[in-house]
Design a protein around this ligand. Structure first.
Ligand code: NAD
Length: 312
């Protein structure tokens, strides 16, 4: 059967989820964007006398994610007023909205347990034939979808957008353990014709294609930068504009991706590819300790206003 996609739900309003939602809205789709409600109040909320069950508080994380996407450079929005196509909500009060979605995109933290729980909750409410995809950077789809019904798995795949999703054309399309060919074809058509992407079909292998290469090359750059005494600026000067990557030189890219997200991807890669001889060479990189210390301080990159560079 054909799949008509009108309403899309995006779960997770972080760097990727909010920007994917913006890209979808720009293309004219109605979008639901959901994130978790906060577990504690900010000092401003306390001063206003708000409580955790106040609607303004409950949607704070999703609202902040969308605001960041609007202000991000390059900007996530470019079609005037399209932001109004995005309806924001939280995963506790507004989960029922998923019943209306023709396509549900999971874009929560890169943590297998969290993704599995979210996908199980999606299964409980999705309408029959609704397509569900994950934006994972490289976790196995067969593990994210483990325990789900055959009907769900027939409609489950990976759509791995790249950051920033408005600009980068590549989307890796990854079949899950039992995705129907018609679902993959529908996604490919939609991504290319409606969202202006170029689809590369990847297998459900660790980190798929782009991050498998990117993780290894990045790990080598990180290791030798420190061991041989080069500075962040020197490496980026070489790996940036001179080779045609003005915005995504090595350390600038880590700031854009988010150091926590990059560390998750690195840890999963190390575990999944531990028998790869190249991985063995970067296993004890001093960059691992540097990044761990930065993450500990909350220096997560652009989203935190501080990473390898101060607010970019
Ligand atoms: P992020 O840390 O910026 O945002 C993750 C969001 O998920 C947060 O807003 C968090 O509150 C939310 N969240 C956590 N648990 C949740 C739950 N149970 N339900 C709903 N929301 C929940 O992460 P990101 O960079 O946007 O990454 C999201 C996904 O996209 C990850 O799988 C990541 O690997 C992948 N990805 C990231 C990039 C990148 O450059 N950052 C690129 C491609 C793919």
């Amino acid at each position: 059967m054909g799949y008509t996609i009108r309403r899309v739900a995006v779960i997770g309003a972080g760097t990727m989820g909010a920007a994917i939602a913006a890209h979808l809205a720009n293309a004219g789709f109605a979008v639901d964007l959901l994130d978790i409600p906060p577990k504690s109040l900010t000092p401003e909320e306390e001063a206003k006398g708000l409580t955790l069950d106040h609607p303004e508080v409950r949607n704070r994380i999703v609202r902040a994610g969308l605001e960041r996407a609007k202000k991000a450079k390059p900007a996530a929005f470019f079609v005037e007023d399209r932001a109004r196509l995005i309806r924001i909500g939280n995963t506790e009060d507004h989960w029922d909205r998923l019943r209306e979605a023709d396509w549900i995109i999971e874009a929560v933290v890169e943590d297998l347990a969290v993704k599995r729980e979210v996908v199980a909750r999606i299964e409980a409410v999705r309408k029959p034939e609704a397509i569900v995809t994950t934006n994972t950077s490289g976790l196995p789809l067969r593990e994210i979808g483990a325990g789900r019904s055959p009907e769900f798995l027939a409609h489950f795949a990976g759509t791995h957008f790249f950051n920033p999703p408005r600009y980068l054309k590549l989307v890796e399309l990854i079949p899950g353990p039992a995705t129907k060919p018609e679902v993959l074809d529908a996604l490919e058509r939609l991504l290319e014709l409606r969202l202006g992407k170029r689809v590369v079909r990847a297998k459900d292998t660790p980190n798929f294609i782009a991050n498998r290469i990117g993780f290894l090359s990045g790990a080598f750059v990180g290791k030798y930068t420190i061991e041989q005494g080069y500075t962040v600026e020197e490496v980026d000067a070489l790996m940036g504009p001179l080779i045609g990557r003005p915005k995504t030189a090595h350390f600038r890219l880590l700031d854009l991706v988010g150091l926590d997200v990059a560390a998750y991807v690195g840890q999963h890669s190390m575990a999944a590819l531990r028998h790869d001889p190249f991985v063995a060479l970067v296993q004890d990189s001093p960059m691992n300790q540097v990044m761990a210390a930065m993450i500990e301080r909350g220096w997560l990159g652009n989203k935190a206003g501080q990473g390898f560079y101060k607010k970019v």
